[in-house]
Design a protein around this ligand. Structure first.
Ligand SMILES: *[C@@H]1O[C@H](CO)[C@@H](O)[C@H](O)[C@H]1NC(C)=O
Ligand SMILES: *[C@@H]1O[C@H](CO)[C@@H](O)[C@H](O)[C@H]1NC(C)=O
Ligand SMILES: *[C@@H]1O[C@H](CO)[C@@H](O)[C@H](O)[C@H]1NC(C)=O
Length: 505
């Protein structure tokens, strides 16, 4: 009898608090892999946080592929985590906030996902699952059992409102009532040291404290690897390291926080090691919607379920090479609600006003990363627009949307004026903002049903100029809402190229 250990272990780490995992032990002759998923809270890629995790480098980066163009589609915890565990964009989960009514664990349950998400699919595929750490916001000492999160063979959840009480974490194991660990869960993370009156030096300290808190995560990575090694199953285990959303401190003159569509907030770490995963870096576009299909595929599950908004991330040399040519170049980015400035200084608006929450932070956006272009386009609920050419302007300082830029000579995006590129981007955003399943993976096929257009470059052909001029910039909002209120989200109907041509004749 061959004994194979097959597990998915997910660890979520809320900075020095660690959470989340899936585990199992099963006996089967087939060598299906184990899957360990480590998820941090709010980890940036753009302020070099990974440089301060030598053990992550030693055990995962140096043994696997670093996906440099990986994105979260909604830059805040709960919506991002629900996307990750359901494989659907937030506009298809309608979990768009961290608190009810628009988000949090109760909204996740109300939307029916507690009966239809990755841990259950993995159990259907024959896996045992184990989770420890923070699952979702608003998963609390009050509602932990109404209902209990489904799909986990075993679990140990960190519950609100004590999720960030580093000296008083409250854990809830399997079906047992919550237990508080007063005084046990000490980290040196939030020791209130060296605060100065200067915001910049405060933010520097904030930055350092984040890196210090990450040291515990880094050591956890080593602990996981050496345990897997000790069990003799490391060679048949995939270890996936990522975070729920990115983070900014001072960039774009913003107080510490996330919730924006800037690279700092959405382009996040993803590193995977495992059987057949090459060592190196991959510059292919992937997003959190792709992780559920990726894990399902590894587990031999149904990764082509029609409601999954992503596709498996290639994990071997051949598939990565092919993906460089064939894989999608867009990421759907979306956000609802407010922005929450973190730290002590809160949000300092231009008028110097301190506010607890930034309002009107609802937007739809697109990242498009092609061979000849690197673009971010967003439409806010106030109908303000942003357009950044990241090739020329990698830090997104210069908004070249015609409504903003007073210059008569607008910078060109891959040698064309924004007036040609924008209608295409807007039409693509029209599709991605409400796409579902396959249309999220291949949104161009909605605009060009014949399937001949796969990229922005393809869509730039002159023969489509009139069509795109006719669709021009439809993405708009009627109102700023705190959640996904369809009636406030402007036009929804789309005309494709073939229909438009027929009307034209
Ligand atoms: C610690 O958490 C428990 C709930 O798990 C709570 O009852 C208790 O008041 C907390 N202690 C402190 C000092 O906040
Ligand atoms: C928020 O947006 C609305 C338009 O939907 C506008 O009337 C209001 O002034 C904005 N509030 C702030 C604080 O910018
Ligand atoms: C999303 O959920 C909110 C809150 O329950 C609801 O008001 C809204 O209509 C939902 N949006 C969609 C598009 O179903």
């Amino acid at each position: 009898m061959v004994f194979t250990i097959r597990k998915l272990l997910a660890l979520t780490l809320a900075f020095a608090t660690w959470v989340g995992a899936i585990e199992q032990v099963a006996l089967k002759q087939s060598e299906r892999p184990n899957i360990v998923f480590i998820l941090t809270d709010d980890q940036d890629l753009h302020m070099d946080s990974l440089d301060y995790m030598p053990l992550l480098k030693k055990h995962i980066i140096d043994h696997g592929t670093f996906y440099k163009s990986h994105y979260c589609s909604t830059a805040i915890c709960c919506p991002s985590r629900v996307t990750l565990w359901t494989g659907r964009n937030a506009h298809n989960t309608n979990v768009t906030d961290v608190f009810p009514p628009y988000g949090g664990y109760p909204k996740f349950v109300a939307q029916g996902f507690n009966e239809d998400w990755l841990p259950l699919w993995l159990q259907d595929a024959g896996y045992s699952t184990y989770y420890t750490g923070k699952l979702f916001n608003s998963h609390t000492v009050e509602n932990w059992n109404s209902p209990h999160p489904s799909g986990w063979t075993s679990s140990d959840f960190l519950l609100d409102p004590y999720t960030y009480s580093y000296l008083n974490a409250t854990f809830q194991r399997n079906e047992h009532p919550p237990v508080s660990h007063e005084g046990e869960y000490s980290t040196d993370v939030l020791a209130g040291k060296a605060l100065t009156d200067e915001i910049v030096s405060y933010n520097d300290e904030f930055y350092r404290a984040r890196l210090q808190s990450l040291q515990a995560v880094d050591e956890l990575v080593e602990g996981v690897i050496s345990r897997l090694d000790g069990y003799g199953i490391l060679d048949n285990t995939y270890v996936i390291y990522t975070t729920d959303n990115g983070y900014h401190i001072s960039q774009h003159r913003l107080a510490p926080g996330k919730e924006c569509g800037f690279e700092e907030d959405i382009n996040i770490p993803l590193v995977i090691r495992g059987p057949g995963v090459p060592i190196g870096e991959a510059d292919i576009v992937s997003a959190h919607t792709d992780l559920a299909p990726t894990i399902l595929k590894l587990a031999g599950g149904d990764y082509k379920k029609p409601d999954l908004d992503g596709s498996p991330i290639p994990l071997n040399k051949k598939d990565i090479t092919r993906a460089k040519i064939e894989r999608q170049e867009h990421v759907n980015v979306e956000f609802w609600g407010r922005s929450l400035p973190e730290g002590i200084y809160k949000f300092s608006l231009d008028d110097g006003k301190i506010v607890a929450y930034g309002s009107n932070n609802t937007y739809k956006a697109l990242r498009v990363v092609g061979k000849e272009y690197n673009i971010y386009y967003s439409v806010w609920c106030t109908n303000e627009h942003e357009l950044y050419d990241l090739t020329a302007d990698p830090h997104q300082i210069n908004n070249i949307h015609p409504s903003i830029s007073s210059s008569s000579e607008l910078p060109k995006i891959f040698r064309l004026p924004p007036s040609k590129v924008l209608p295409r981007l807007d039409a693509l955003l029209m599709v991605t903002k409400s796409c579902r399943g396959a249309t999220c993976v291949d949104p161009w096929s909605v605009l060009h049903p014949r399937g001949d257009i796969k990229t922005l470059a393809d869509a730039m052909r002159v023969e489509f100029d009139d069509f795109y001029a006719s669709t021009a910039e439809k993405v708009s909002f009627d109102k700023c809402e705190l959640g996904y209120i369809l009636e406030s989200e402007g036009p929804q109907a789309l005309v494709n190229f073939d229909e438009w041509k027929e009307e034209d004749l």
